[in-house]
Design a protein around this ligand. Sequence first.
Ligand SMILES: [Zn+2]
Length: 235
Amino acid sequence: MKSKNKSRGVLSNFLHLFLPEVCVVCGQELLEGEMGACLSCLYKLPKTNNYKIKDNKAEILMAGRIPFERIACYCVYTEGGVLPPLIHNLKYYHKKEIGVLLGRMFAEDLAESDFIKPVSMIVPVPLHPKKKKSRGYNQAEIIAQGMSEVTSIPLVTDNLIRVLHNPTQTKLTKTERWENVKNIFDVKDKLLFENQHILLVDDVITTGSTAEACGIALQKCKDIKISIATIGEVF
Ligand SMILES: [Zn+2]
């Protein structure tokens, strides 16, 4: 796997000598200083600004499922919109720079807000180690990195962990599926998160079951507070 990635890197470096980098959304040639997507596409991102709104859609979705302080989603994830190609390229085409960029842009909006001020640690939703190994990185961690750079809030990537690989879920009932997901996260050193306000970061929120499962694990830490931030909301 490693050598495959490496050879892809050499090939793409070689191609870059001849082919200009293009925006993953519109295909236009990128200008100097642009990363992954051009500025005019980034400008079109459908931001929710829901960090300013208490009881926003995401918070209503998660209400009563886990105790949390606040939830914010940077953009609406609409098919055919600007965000899906960005997330897709981040996850499947090794465009890590897109994750850093989205994390930074989101954090710049959040900076100085009441949403981010009380947060003491940024924690990405972990990928299963096997998946991380095959992909080479965890996309949530890349986004969290960008957020940590802008806010100077420490990034903690190795304390919330994924313990089981999800067996195929297709033949399970909805309840069985949830039972299966519920216990996949754990906290290694519970003292580290004690008394902390954690910002849990993921790429997108859909049903909220991943955030909920992380929340169940995080709650084992004494006096923890949990907020959640995702780049996209899909609902
Ligand atoms: Zn573009």
